[in-house]
Design a binder for this molecule. Structure first.
Ligand code: ZN
Length: 102
């Protein structure tokens, strides 16, 4: 997966299309990410005792990484990610728009 935890992304599809946010969790196995404030879901928890009401818990749901584009920290535009190998063979990510290392 090209995206990393902490990346700023823009949502490209779905009900939150156009929204921006920070990746707070990634699931490389299923190619899914969780972005702060995006794809809000509500979980209903049943009451543990009879005299308590059930609880509504809001959380940010995971969605396909394909539906998000990285926002380049250098040119501030949603971009595709390229890779570049440094002299010490370390792999770095580059912005396809401004060619800078991200
Ligand atoms: Zn850029």
């Amino acid at each position: 997966m090209k995206l990393q935890k902490g990346d700023q992304v823009q949502i490209l599809a779905g009900k939150d299309k156009g929204k921006k946010g920070k990746i707070i969790q990634i699931f490389p196995d299923s190619d899914r990410i969780v972005v702060e404030g995006v794809n809000k879901m509500v979980k209903h928890l049943r009451a543990k005792r009879e005299n308590e009401g059930g609880q509504r818990v809001e959380f940010d749901g995971p969605f396909r990484a394909d539906n998000a584009a990285l926002i380049c920290s250098k040119c501030n535009k949603p971009t595709r990610i390229g890779y570049k190998f440094l002299e010490n063979k370390k792999k770095t990510r580059t912005c396809k728009k401004c060619k800078q290392t991200i």
